[in-house]
Design a binder for this molecule. Structure first.
Ligand code: AMP
Length: 494
């Protein structure tokens, strides 16, 4: 475990830290339209920008836009500009750094082996270190995305074929990634050796698809084939007769998989199957375990929608206290986190949620949310419920306290902004939030909810560093201190 003072709270701010979703398909007509639909289902993984690259046997075509998938890719003219039987796409929410169009993925480069596009969900823990090395060796970086290092590593590789070069490049990066690449004949998928980020393989009419979550298969009626294994690279190649060959490259020494627990807590869509588990069922289990660990006298169980809803259903079922929709969510505003500053974020919560007085007034409310990060949501919601006449507000959180930042593609702020570090004492935190009582699910309770077993403290079954400080990989960039004055970020305003 890394002691908190060894972790650099200050992340070099010229590198983007991103939450994303990826989708790719090979050999099917309307590949770009299918990709757009897949991205539509993955929209919860990133709402800031969306991009698609297709290849039509002659040229690569790219469409990249800031905003939502539906804002751009429902337009037939946009899709008509993306011809071909193969495409990859990406949705992204950058958590730090600038938000210029040049960072919108898929990133594309014209190399000695032909064009290549990449789409990446996750973060490299040695991305900045590699980037500095590449820049000092003469590479010219076009974006501030750590994903770009992959293109440079492919360009510099001594191997001949594009797929060998991709494999060579991917072996040099560390961290969390679900990565897709599109070359003139291939769709390549790679998942990090620890399996932190999810990636599944499916098929539509026998044509291979890769995507972050199964909900992107459901939207197009595709079949789930299997999960891409941790450390695995799958190369799908389209032949002249349009048949497809599939090559699976497994790691020589396979590490135990440690999927990110936050996919279950917050990130994935509840109808997805992640790591062969229904996200909805896991979230409901979290509520059941929370009710067992932290029972409470109350009149109604109210979720903070949408994230807290399955856990609140579980809590209500286990406790026998009625579930009520005491907070109504406005679905036409984006996620709270989209707002760039703390002040605006505070407005965002008001925009997003409103109290349903009819079920709140005069009641002892058991309020259930999936997680507390900065505490912004909790403070606002508790105040809102009191203003709506709640007699008592007991906050129950369906995950443990978050003490440590993430470096693998989940949006957590720097350590000092995490509420648990400001108020490690539960009573003090409860007072600050303004609730009548507060409790969090224990780490073992969370493991039980996900896996039916407690945490194996010697070899944890999942990645849980935000709760425990046990990081599943080295943190090379954090160990190397960088001077941020070495960075010069071009701001592109549109
Ligand atoms: P906060 O207001 O900072 O405490 O954030 C907690 C709320 O944001 C919860 O209601 C979660 O549903 C949601 N949340 C948790 N993690 C994330 C994340 N990585 N990105 C966006 N929203 C999140």
């Amino acid at each position: 475990m890394i002691p908190p003072n060894k972790l650099y709270a200050q992340i070099d701010d010229d590198i983007l830290h991103e939450e994303c979703g990826v989708f790719g398909i090979l050999g099917e007509k309307d590949a770009a339209a299918i990709t757009a639909l897949g991205l539509y289902a993955l929209q919860h993984r990133g709402q800031e920008s969306a991009g698609i690259v297709s290849y039509d046997t002659k040229v690569f075509h790219a469409e990249k836009h800031m905003g939502l998938v539906g804002d751009h890719y429902t337009n037939p003219k946009t899709l008509a500009r993306l011809p071909g039987l193969m495409a990859i796409g990406h949705v992204r929410y950058a958590t730090t750094g600038e938000t210029a169009l040049r960072n919108v993925q898929p990133l594309f480069a014209e190399l000695e082996v032909g064009g290549i596009a990449i789409a990446h969900n996750g973060n490299f823990t040695n991305g900045l270190t590699l980037r500095r090395q590449l820049i000092s060796a003469g590479s010219i970086c076009q974006s501030t995305s750590d994903s770009e290092v992959i293109l440079h590593l492919i360009a510099r590789s001594r191997y001949r074929s594009s797929s060998d070069r991709f494999v060579d490049a991917i072996r040099q990066v560390e961290g969390g990634y679900a990565m897709l690449a599109l070359t003139r004949t291939k769709l390549i998928a790679a998942r990090d050796p620890t399996g932190i980020r999810p990636l599944v393989m499916g098929n539509l009419n026998g044509k291979p698809i890769f995507c972050s979550e199964t909900c992107a298969l459901d939207i197009i009626g595709a079949q789930y084939t299997r999960d891409v294994e941790n450390g695995e690279i799958i190369i799908c190649e389209i032949q002249k007769d349009n048949s497809i060959t599939i090559t699976e490259i497994k790691p020589e020494i396979k590490k135990p998989e440690r999927l990110c627990l936050f996919e279950y807590v917050y990130f994935a869509r509840p109808d997805s199957i992640v790591g062969k588990r229904s996200v909805y069922t896991v979230r409901k289990n979290m509520g059941i375990h929370l009710a067992t660990e932290s029972p409470c006298q109350g009149d109604v169980v109210v979720p903070v929608p949408d994230g807290g809803t399955p856990a609140a259903i579980g809590y209500a079922q286990k406790s026998g206290i009625p579930f009520e929709s005491g907070i109504i969510r406005n679905h036409y505003v984006g996620r709270t986190f989209i707002e760039p500053t703390q002040q605006i974020r505070a407005f965002g919560v008001k925009l997003k949620h409103s109290a349903n007085r009819a079920v709140i007034a005069g009641k002892h409310v058991i309020l259930v949310d999936d997680s507390i990060v900065r505490g912004t949501t909790s403070i606002k919601i508790v105040r809102m419920l009191r203003e709506a006449g709640a007699k008592k507000v007991h906050l129950r959180v369906a995950s443990p306290m978050i003490f440590y930042p993430d470096f693998y593609g989940i949006d957590t702020p720097q350590m000092d902004k995490l509420l648990a570090n400001q108020y490690p004492d539960l009573e003090a935190m409860c007072k600050y939030i303004g609730a009548d009582s507060l409790s969090f699910l224990s780490i073992d309770g969370l493991y039980y909810a996900v896996n039916g077993t407690p945490r194996n403290n010697i070899q944890p079954q999942f990645t849980d560093h935000y709760f425990t400080g046990h990081y599943p990989t080295r943190l090379i960039d954090q160990e190397n201190t960088f001077n941020s004055d070495q960075s010069s970020v071009l701001k592109t305003h549109r």
